[in-house]
Design a protein around this ligand. Structure first.
Ligand code: URA
Length: 443
């Protein structure tokens, strides 16, 4: 096939055939199609989109570029959760052991931090010794033995996506709905799931801040999942402010452990319970949401969820002592409070700006080779709508050095808005539920 002709046709808004998409994915993964041709084709997709047949073929070809997780009949139903990414979003770290502790198997493949958002893998690696590079066979074995694994993508799972994603990251072709949907679903469909729950973030800190684009992404992924035998449900959740308080790798592990003991921040608790209940419904563990929520609350209160996390940490080479003694996690040498300069209502704690400040502190990557500093970050106890007095603590910066402290304090000047008028309500924590049947508003 003549690749420039395919690029040209897509550039003119025409559809490529199934054979043509399969050829492109195979050739690129094998190294027979250069990055510059694939980058041009991706940009044509960003500008012209894909029709439903093209999207399905691309997703299937990317999934088929690697292996699929295989499980024996004795393994309980498998359900995963995928988030489109946010700031302070430690939901996966709580949800995986929580849901596994009540009998749902979770073979979770997570990602690294991207742009201003944190990544589950970077957070887990703040735990001394924790390994995320398990082979496919070791991941399946661990899921069979203890009900969950939290690992990164390897060349065994959707290698086409691994290569394509790296290229999209540096060619401004990430935030296109068909490309995001194919990328995410090609990995999830390789996990051999019985169900998938999507956490689609909206608001200032989300990759797709606008509600209509979030809903479009949700419907696209749900269609892909359902048509391939994987029942899929999405919740739209707020990412105009950080989720919970802690933003930064070790700080988020410490907050997750608190949550697993049943005393985390209420917004995190509510999002975890909403997503967890959907997972239990898909797994057929409970028939209604109230029963599922009660089961999850009990698992948190009884310590079973925290015990399951200790099992996962131990199985993946980490030090489970951090669960009883979070002070064993890496700690930053400088801790400074950011205080309100005047009394008033908190109007905003902008997630994107806070995420960028965490990256600037060293908690995320600015170039592909950057080392992450697991200890640094920002804890933001204040929430939009809070009434604060002058000098009340709005945020706490954990920094490696004075220059990091200064940068983070300046970023907080931008991120935190306080005014004398009572602000409009922030985005509802969980605003919409999307299924194959349509969109339900939850507010
Ligand atoms: N996460 C993914 O895995 N792929 C995307 O394209 C965007 C977010």
């Amino acid at each position: 096939m003549i690749v420039p002709t395919l690029i040209e046709r897509k550039r003119h808004g025409q559809s490529l055939t199934e054979d043509e998409w399969r050829f492109v994915v195979r050739a690129y993964t094998a190294g027979d199609m250069p990055d510059y041709q694939m980058a041009a084709l991706l940009m044509a997709v960003v500008l012209r989109g894909l029709d439903d047949v093209e999207l399905g073929t691309l997703t299937d070809a990317m999934r088929a570029s690697g292996k699929r997780m295989e499980f024996g009949d004795h393994v309980p139903p498998r359900v995963d959760k995928h988030s489109t990414g946010g700031v302070g979003d430690k939901v996966s770290i709580v949800l995986t052991p929580l849901v596994a502790s009540v009998g749902v198997a979770v073979p979770m493949i997570s990602g690294r931090g991207l742009s201003h958002t944190g990544g589950t893998l970077d957070k887990l690696q703040a735990i001394p010794g924790f390994r995320v590079d398990l082979s496919l066979a070791a991941t399946c074995r661990q899921v069979e033995q203890i009900g969950a694994a939290m690992v990164g993508q390897t060349a065994e799972i959707a290698p086409a996506d691994q290569k394509l994603y790296a290229l999209r990251d540096v060619t401004a072709t990430v935030d296109a709905i068909p490309l995001m949907a194919a990328s995410i679903m090609s990995k999830k469909l390789a996990e051999g799931l019985n169900g998938l729950v999507l956490d689609i973030k909206r608001g200032n800190g989300a990759f797709l801040p606008e509600l209509d684009r979030g809903l479009a992404l949700a419907s696209t992924m749900i269609r892909l999942g359902e048509e391939r035998g994987c029942p899929t449900v999405a919740l739209l959740t707020a990412m105009d402010r950080p989720l919970g308080h802690a933003c930064g790798n070790a700080l988020e592990i410490a907050e997750s452990v608190k949550m697993l003991r049943g005393n985390g921040p209420t917004d995190l608790y509510d999002v975890v319970l909403a997503l967890g209940a959907e997972m239990l419904l898909l797994a057929g563990i409970d028939a209604d949401r109230a029963a599922a929520s009660t089961r999850l609350r009990d698992a948190l209160a009884s310590g079973r969820a925290a015990e399951k996390f200790a099992e996962i940490v131990q199985a993946q080479g980490g030090d489970p002592a951090v669960i009883d003694r979070p002070e064993l996690l890496p700690r930053a040498p400088l801790v400074r409070e950011y205080r309100a300069r005047a009394p008033g209502y908190v109007h905003a704690t902008l997630a994107r700006e806070i995420g960028r400040a965490v990256v600037a502190l060293g908690g995320g990557r600015q170039t592909i080779d950057d080392e992450i500093d697991p200890a640094v970050g920002i804890v933001v106890p204040a929430k939009p709508g809070d009434l604060v007095e002058r000098d009340d603590v709005i945020a706490i910066v954990h920094a490696r050095d004075e220059s990091g402290c200064r940068t983070a304090m300046a970023a907080l000047d931008d991120a935190v808005r306080i005014g004398s008028e009572r602000p409009d309500s922030p985005l509802p924590l969980v605003s919409h539920r999307v299924t194959a049947g349509g969109v339900e508003s939850l507010t």
